[in-house]
Ligand binder design. Structure first.
Ligand code: ACM
Ligand code: ZN
Length: 757
């Protein structure tokens, strides 16, 4: 039988901003002052840009390109003074870092002056954010005085072009996004197991062979098959030069990353002699970490990598060269006579010291070229290369250790700035997983508490990492980075004391409109409708409350009727029968988020429930233990927050039905996703009790019925019994066996609902 279904509508309206509130700049400037007498300067196609100094053409050009793309006109640029102009200039300022600027918007002019070219450029970025978010011909800009300067010297975004390849046109757009957020580093991840993406003239096979793979897995790793479609591409050196020059005009430094000794499958496919086994190797078609790494015992490998760097380094004016160093399995080295010989000859302790030798040898070469090596935090293992800069990704630990050893560090912890993580619990595209909201990114503090003032100076800044396993097209990259990259820009630019989430939220509403203006894709997860499910007062059924974070800031709930089919949501909904509820959120009249909540009501729903062993902290369910009897199952597999999870322990739950009643079966809804270490229980046993202390076993089963999205159901039927307390024990799978992902670790047990009938 189909369940009944009701539809609800929620409406939010942005409050119209007063002229005073029109300054919505991200990242928030250090000082914004509105003059006592408010007013507006109007930019039209007749407004001149006056350059009051040399070297300001980049700023004028960017302004004109933006005006052309967004509003369809450009301004005349001149070095002669003219009335009613936008003046670009310089001023001396005494801040710790370069890039400061002042801006005044007055009746008769806009004045922007930086302490260097970049400073003026950043002032222009602020001006662009004072323009209307509608495509109009007369651009009214509010009178304002701004004084601004950056907090960190390294404000970066990375892009992985190995897993998926992006055209030059998109890389340029990415650079525009970086520039418009006053960020100044682009970390270009150019080589991977799945593709070598930069032309090396001495070794054309690197891109001819290593630039292409014969297929790609379909769906989330380990995937549902392979598309068997050749995929690849690479950047010619001419294209690299074009991109580096494009970046330079935006005051962005491009850091190339050439991965070693791991993530080398594509290079080894082209040159099998550089691996420990001699191959054959293949350009990888799936994701993960591979044992095919550069041999550390073979001098030809070092000669080869030096040749590669000989061509790469002259293309990039950056002080830094990134050599990766992450995720290098030591398996091949353990079995390789050349690697073992090297360990013996040099008196190294183990393969970790061999990796350290590898990086240190490359560092000498890179230093010899006047450049500084950057590596992921694994380069700490076995001893840090003397002058290396560490990029801390496995949390902050590596960054803290490196700073304590007086090395410069760039913070990129997975927990806060991996922009490949999901930013919603309702993700309907495939992502690598995780859950990192825009608010979490905004909360990131790059200086760890563990560092003293001197050590903290080694934290150059932070960077958002964009790994593209699950980003095949530019629109997906945009969807993943926005609005989180906007939040990160404020973390990196604005003073710590000024960090203010509600204020950011207010400005974010305008930023969403700006993305629309740019034609940029972005995630609307910020508006997500969330369901909170609580027991009904009499423990008979549940109450559904709908919420959205977007209620904060200058947005109000305005209940109202939108169509006869969608009554307005005005109060929490009582649920006593099986039902599907579909709610839609309207923001400014536009459908912005929706939520589908299905309820199956059993004798257990809404009742009191306890568990003997607590869940893991990060898998505590939606609404805690009550989630086991809230009538709501996950409808989308592992990403749902309905799951309660135990890593190792059994689940032992006791449900108090309130009074003795006739029961004849129990159903347990679980997740069976073994590649993610989540296993079905060995068996489930059900017990009954009249008093809550003496229990009798009613039945036990290990039979699992599979459902979609790796979910499954376990039903334990038994002879009809009268009982008040039902105890359900699900026996954890135990240790994961050899050869499986997570082998040797404790398996997870995930349960989201227990039904009693
Ligand atoms: C990394 O995410 N493997 C640096
Ligand atoms: Zn070897």
């Amino acid at each position: 039988m189909r369940k009944p279904c009701i539809l609800f509508a929620l409406a939010l309206f942005s409050i119209a901003h007063s002229p005073l509130a029109q300054v919505n700049i991200i990242p928030q400037p250090v000082e914004v002052k509105m003059p006592k007498i408010a007013g507006q300067f109007t930019i039209t196609k007749n407004t001149p840009i006056v350059l009051d100094g040399s070297g300001l053409e980049n700023s004028a050009n960017f302004l004109n390109e933006y005006l052309q793309q967004v509003y369809g006109f450009t301004l005349k640029v001149s070095t002669k003074n003219a009335p009613g102009a936008i003046h670009l200039n310089y001023e001396k300022m005494e801040y710790a870092l370069p890039g400061a600027y002042v801006m005044q918007v007055k009746k008769d002019q806009v004045y922007i002056a930086g302490d260097n070219e970049a400073g003026t450029f950043y002032g222009v970025q602020s001006l662009l954010q004072l323009l209307p978010v509608e495509k109009v011909a007369a651009l009214k800009v509010p009178f304002v005085n701004i004084k601004d300067y950056p907090r960190f010297q390294y404000r970066g975004l990375m892009l992985d072009v190995g897993r998926h390849f992006f055209p030059v046109s998109f890389v340029k757009r990415y650079l525009d996004y970086i520039a418009m957020h006053k960020m100044n580093y682009f970390h270009w991840h150019l080589t991977e197991d799945q593709g070598w993406r930069i032309e090396i003239k001495k070794y054309p096979r690197l891109t001819e062979v290593g630039g292409y793979r014969n297929g790609t897995i379909i769906g989330r790793y380990p995937g549902k098959g392979n598309d068997n479609t050749r995929y690849g591409g690479f950047y010619t050196q001419e294209e690299v030069k074009e991109i580096v020059a494009y970046a330079a005009k935006r005051y962005i430094t491009v850091i190339p990353e050439i991965e070693m000794p791991g993530h080398a499958s594509a290079a080894l496919t082209a040159f099998p002699n550089l691996g420990c086994t001699g191959g054959p190797y293949k350009v990888q078609e799936t994701w993960g970490v591979f044992n095919d790494v550069f041999c550390a015992g073979n001098d030809s490998v070092f000669n080869f990598l030096q040749d590669v760097l000989d061509e790469v380094i002259p293309l990039f004016p950056a002080q830094y060269v990134h050599v990766g160093g992450d995720e290098c399995p030591k398996e091949s080295w353990k079995h390789c006579p050349k690697c073992q010989r090297r360990i013996k000859d040099l008196g190294l302790k183990d393969e970790h010291e061999l990796q350290s030798y590898f990086i240190q040898r490359m560092e000498k070469y890179i230093n010899g070229k006047g450049k500084t090596l950057i590596g992921w935090d694994e380069i700490l293992e076995g001893g840090l290369a003397p002058k290396a800069v560490v990029m801390s990704w496995r949390g902050e630990k590596g960054g803290i250790e490196a700073a304590q050893q007086n090395h410069d560090v760039i913070m990129t912890p997975g927990s806060h700035v991996y922009l490949d993580h999901s930013q919603t619990k309702n993700e309907d595209s495939v992502t690598i997983g995780g859950y990192t909201t825009v608010q979490k990114v905004y909360s990131y503090e790059p200086i760890p508490k563990e560092l003293n003032e001197e050590q903290a100076k080694h934290v150059l800044g932070a960077q958002g990492n964009v790994w593209t396993e699950y980003m095949k097209y530019p629109s997906k990259v945009e969807y993943m980075i926005f609005p989180r990259a906007s939040a990160l820009s404020e973390v990196l630019w604005s003073p710590k004391a000024q960090r203010n989430w509600p204020d950011f939220e207010k400005r974010l509403q305008q930023q969403f409109k700006r993305y629309d203006l740019w034609g940029t894709n972005y995630s609307k997860a910020y508006f997500d409708l969330k369901a909170s499910i609580t027991p009904a007062k009499d423990n008979n059924g549940v109450v559904l409350t709908l919420q959205t974070a977007a209620a904060a800031g200058e947005i109000n709930y305005i209940p109202g009727k939108f169509s006869s089919a969608f009554p307005a949501y005005t109060a929490p909904i009582e649920v006593k029968h099986d039902i599907d509820i579909n709610a839609i959120l309207f923001v400014d009249g536009k459908q912005t988020s929706s939520l589908w909540q299905s309820f199956i009501i059993t004798k257990a729903t809404g009742k009191h429930v306890t568990i003997a062993t607590p869940t893991a902290d990060n898998r505590a369910g939606n609404g805690g233990t009550f989630g086991l009897v809230n009538g709501a199952k996950s409808d989308k597999g592992i990403n749902s927050d309905e799951w309660l999870g135990w890593q190792g322990p059994d689940m032992e739950a006791v449900i108090d039905l309130g009074k003795a009643q006739s029961v004849s079966s129990v159903n347990v809804h679980i997740l069976d996703q073994q590649p993610s270490w989540v296993y079905p229980p060995q068996h489930v046993e059900v017990f009954a009790s009249a008093d809550g202390s003496t229990y009798l076993s009613l039945g036990k089963t290990s039979e699992v019925v599979k459902e979609d999205n790796n979910m499954a159901s376990i039903t334990i039927p038994f002879n009809t019994t009268n009982a008040r307390f039902i105890k359900v024990v699900a026996k954890n799978h135990g240790i994961i066996s050899e050869g499986k992902p997570g082998s040797g670790s404790k398996a997870w047990l995930f349960v989201d609902e227990i039904g009693v009938n």
